[in-house]
Design a binder for this molecule. Structure first.
Ligand SMILES: Nc1ncnc2c1ncn2[C@@H]1O[C@H](COP(=O)(O)OP(=O)(O)OP(=O)(O)O)[C@@H](O)[C@H]1O
Ligand SMILES: [Mg+2]
Length: 146
């Protein structure tokens, strides 16, 4: 799936992505600094009617959000692996536990800088790559890694 969007249409892009891939539990967001990973995750959370404040987990490394669907509480872990050196550090920081919850379908994981601990992603997930087309436009390519 390929999406082109601006900040004006990002909500519709998030809706399309979720309609196609929402059954998956792990979303790995690839893209350079400032490509728009956090911004897209924010739009996805808005689409899911998350009430918590969505922000870059640069310092905490893990942000937890909740949304209600069909009367049921759902958990999203927003993970930022930028500051991790390797998989061992990621495990120490509690990332594997978040991934296991996603695997068991008790949470979703939205991950920025997934390449920092790629060994943790050795299971089916959605890989997104965001490219800057211009100051205002982004291109996202979504593929299933199975
Ligand atoms: N179409 C667009 N989609 C997303 N962001 C856009 C778009 N157009 C402009 N921007 C701007 O680009 C910036 C994207 O920043 P963002 O923090 O989302 O990037 P990031 O990929 O999460 O960076 P980092 O690797 O530092 O976490 C924001 O300032 C945002 O306003
Ligand atoms: Mg970010």
């Amino acid at each position: 799936m390929e999406l082109h969007y601006t900040l004006g249409t990002i909500g519709d892009a998030a809706k399309q992505l979720w309609e196609r891939f929402g059954a998956y539990r792990i979303f790995a967001f690839n893209g350079e600094m400032g490509a728009g990973k956090t911004t897209f995750i924010h739009a996805l959370c808005d689409h899911l009617q998350v009430q918590d404040t969505v922000s870059s987990p640069t310092f905490a490394l893990i942000n937890e959000y909740h949304f209600i669907n069909e009367g049921k509480d759902n958990t999203i872990y927003h993970l930022d692996w930028y500051r991790l050196k390797d998989t061992a550090e990621a495990i120490n920081a509690g990332m594997e536990d978040c991934i296991l919850q996603a695997k068991n379908k008790t949470a979703w994981c939205f991950i920025e800088w997934p390449e920092k601990a790629a060994a943790l992603l050795n299971l089916p997930h959605v890989s997104l790559s965001i490219e800057t087309v211009s100051n205002t436009e982004r291109k996202m390519i979504a593929t299933i890694i199975s």
